[in-house]
Design a protein around this ligand. Structure first.
Ligand SMILES: Cc1cc2nc3c(=O)[nH]c(=O)nc-3n(C[C@H](O)[C@H](O)[C@H](O)COP(=O)(O)OP(=O)(O)OC[C@H]3O[C@@H](n4cnc5c(N)ncnc54)[C@H](O)[C@@H]3O)c2cc1C
Length: 418
């Protein structure tokens, strides 16, 4: 090893979940490091150009997600033009754009997030890859990292896996779950006649997704585009061609190459149609992360399942809204057990899209407000575990819930007036 350091809490991944976890751990008085392999904060939300902070409310006037999730939503607007719809509280069955949500400038959010974390004494390590873990008995005791200083060892009392890919769990040999992804490309482009979009005049988001999110087998990309990309095939064959799991280096590279190609093919199609030339329409910014929605999540003590919206969980640690549907019946309680592994290897807790969920439930837990919510819970629980000298599953969940209530969380649906 070229260096060895130690921290109370080490958070792996500087996405929204990691930022929230690090913020909460630092505020809980813990010596906290946030380790990020790129040189920017925000993960998919910013580097991935996903710029919509989805709703914290149920679309019928009830705010269900609070705490750092709301703080980050407001923080995302500090240096940018987005707005929270003013009348969200008075809307009944509000569509997405009239709920407690916002659209932010990715670059502004990267900067305001960094400012916030540094102000709370989070030690941010950029350009540092977590490439291994050390176990002492059945608990994670150190992270192995690589950066310009060489290969180092970060001894930790508690780690938070907010990597989006469950890298700490996997390196520790803890079972994880995966899911299918479909070819997607969200990028920012210049378009001479685009007026008044979220990024201002002439700068617009180009998005193509080859399947709908709630009907996994339904192709949403145009048949013309798919035929242009792959030649003529049946719908089932197209489905195979555009389905990915980001589980191997080869699959990730192919996904990225193909997402670039689909964007270029759209561009070329428009040039061929004659409406635009290369000066009227061109790519301006590509995502710096592969836009997989789901890669790996931990196989938790409990795995949240499709249809468990409106279900009461005794060990709930907070509420999440369904960003696709308005209504109190679409509010989910999140069990604490989804944050730690079924296989009892200690010293690590999940946050963000690494928390245990499957099917439709993963659609709820993976988005930005949810990442911030589970991130804050993970940062708090990791800190409480350090204080108590226990594993997170040995904590009294009622004490965790009490602390979260003090931090402004509704724990059960009834706490949010539902
Ligand atoms: C195409 C697309 C559209 C989406 N649209 C929306 C939307 O409109 N609104 C919304 O709310 N959500 C949307 N989402 C989902 C949402 O953006 C993400 O799921 C969410 O931001 C995930 O946050 P996270 O912190 O859990 O993970 P990530 O954002 O994946 O953050 C993980 C971080 O960990 C770092 N990391 C990974 N491995 C390592 C390692 N080994 N060492 C060090 N660092 C590491 C990464 O660089 C990254 O910064 C969309 C997702 C996609 C793919």
């Amino acid at each position: 090893m070229d260096f060895t350091v130690d921290y109370d809490v080490a958070v792996v991944g500087g996405g929204i979940a990691g930022a929230a976890a690090a913020l909460q751990a630092a505020r809980s008085g813990k010596k906290t490091v946030l380790i990020e392999k790129t040189v920017l904060l925000g993960g998919l939300a910013t580097s991935g150009l996903v710029y919509i902070y989805l709703p914290l409310c149920d679309g019928c006037g009830h705010q269900v997600t609070c705490g750092i999730s709301e703080e980050l939503l407001r923080n995302s607007l500090s240096y940018g033009p987005g707005e929270i719809p003013p009348n969200w509280r008075h809307e009944k069955n509000a569509p997405e754009r009239r709920r407690l949500m916002c659209r932010f400038s990715p670059a502004s959010f990267m900067l305001s997030l960094e400012e916030l974390l540094l102000g709370e004494n989070v030690d941010i390590w950029y350009d540092t890859l977590v490439c291994g873990v050390e176990l002492s008995g059945r608990r994670v005791s150190a992270l192995i990292v690589e950066n310009e200083s060489g290969r180092g060892r970060i001894a930790v009392k508690s780690a938070v896996d907010a990597s989006g890919t469950a890298v700490v769990f996997r390196r520790a040999g803890i079972p994880c779950l995966s899911a299918d992804n479909y070819l997607t490309m969200w990028a920012i482009q210049y378009q001479a006649d685009a007026a008044g979009g979220d990024f201002g005049d002439r700068i617009t988001l180009s998005a193509v997704t080859t399947s709908s999110l709630d009907q996994e087998t339904h192709l949403t990309a145009s048949p013309e585009l798919l035929e242009r990309m792959y030649g003529k095939h049946s719908e089932a064959e197209y489905h195979d061609l555009i389905t990915y799991r980001g589980m191997t280096g080869k699959s990730v590279s192919r996904f990225v190459r193909e997402s670039h190609r689909i964007f270029l093919e759209l561009c070329k199609t428009k040039y061929e149609q004659g409406k635009y030339g290369r000066k009227e329409l061109y790519p301006l910014k590509l995502p710096l992360m592969p836009q997989f929605r789901k890669i790996y999540c931990v196989e938790g003590e409990y795995v949240l399942q499709s249809g468990e919206n409106a279900k009461y969980f005794e060990d709930s640690v907070g509420l999440l809204a369904d960003w696709r549907k308005a209504g109190p019946e679409y509010v989910w309680e999140v069990p604490f057990r989804t944050l730690y592994p079924k296989e009892k290897i200690g010293g690590v807790i999940a946050a963000g899209r690494c928390t245990a969920a499957q099917g439709d439930a993963w659609e709820i837990t993976r988005v930005i407000p949810s990442a911030a919510m589970t991130g804050q819970v993970a940062g708090l629980a990791a800190s409480m575990a350090v204080d108590a000298g226990k594993e997170v599953w040995e904590l009294d969940v009622h004490q965790v819930q009490d602390r979260l209530r003090e931090l402004g969380f509704p724990i059960h649906r009834r706490d949010a007036g539902i």
